[in-house]
Design a protein around this ligand. Structure first.
Ligand code: PEP
Length: 249
């Protein structure tokens, strides 16, 4: 049985002060918070402060990115080793904004995943098609190659979470239809089984793309949806708590 997982991706929002204000408001709003599987991915500069302020809860600390070397002359980069030392548990790798604005290829993403696993960090591996790829009926082809290349030579599937995030649904308010989500998640589940065999059963598949308190009930009712990766709505303590407190929870 896979536990539902709720992940907040704060992207490049919130100062340290704002991050702490968020936590003070958010923690009391979540029903039975320590029975829920929740992770928050603040910016790097807020990681330490957020980590210290969630210490007495079961909320997990998540990073939005990591480099594939542990140290060296890589100005501006942050390593898996540094994140581990701050008690980070999860790292988002391959987010579409990293692929789009920072030219991250499947090959780079694969190196980053391996580097994180080596430091015993768990990985939230993002995949998803663009609008033109969907319109050209290439969704499955894209998901197939992102999964095959991103997960090449990965041997610890139990440390992987996959997030299906159609690029056209991220930050646009345009959520994928229940049918589109169902089809994509079934495809991903089958592909994971092809790659990892029985061990794939433990891998959670999250949906991401304009998740909100209004659409969470229908999204979480879809087969093979094991949680959500939330951007915009996770910045607001009330909205993110409403997402976690949804009907089936
Ligand atoms: C994301 O950042 O991964 C995301 C899904 O953003 P949003 O919820 O704003 O679409």
């Amino acid at each position: 049985m896979r536990r539902n997982f709720y992940v907040a991706n704060w992207k490049m929002y919130k100062t340290v002060k704002e991050a702490i204000e968020f936590l003070n408001a958010f923690i009391p709003l979540v029903k039975d918070i320590n029975a829920k599987d929740i992770a928050i991915a603040p910016s790097f500069v807020c990681i330490d402060a957020v980590g210290r302020n969630i210490k007495n809860t079961k909320i997990k600390l998540c990073a939005q990115n990591a480099f594939y070397e542990n140290q060296g002359a890589y100005t501006g980069e942050i390593s898996p080793l540094m994140l581990k030392a701050l008690d980070v548990e999860y790292v988002i790798i391959g987010h579409s904004e990293r692929r789009r604005y920072f030219n991250e290829t499947d090959e780079i993403i694969n190196k980053k995943i391996k580097a994180c696993l080596k430091e015993n960090l768990k990985v939230i591996f993002c995949i998803g098609e663009t609008l033109s790829e969907r319109e050209n009926n290439e969704t499955e082809k894209i998901l197939n190659s992102q999964l095959e290349n991103g997960l090449k030579e990965i041997e610890i599937p139990e440390s992987i979470v996959v997030a299906y995030e159609p690029v056209w649904a991220i930050g646009t308010g345009k959520v994928a239809s229940d049918e589109q989500i169902k089809e994509a998640h079934l495809f991903v589940r089958k592909k994971l089984e092809e790659i990892f065999g029985e061990k794939a059963q433990t891998i959670r598949i999250l949906y991401g793309g304009s998740v909100s308190p209004e659409n969470i009930d229908s999204i979480m009712a879809i087969e093979n949806v094991d949680g959500v990766l939330v951007g915009g709505a996770s910045l607001d303590p009330l909205k993110f708590s409403k997402i976690i407190n949804h009907k089936q929870n």
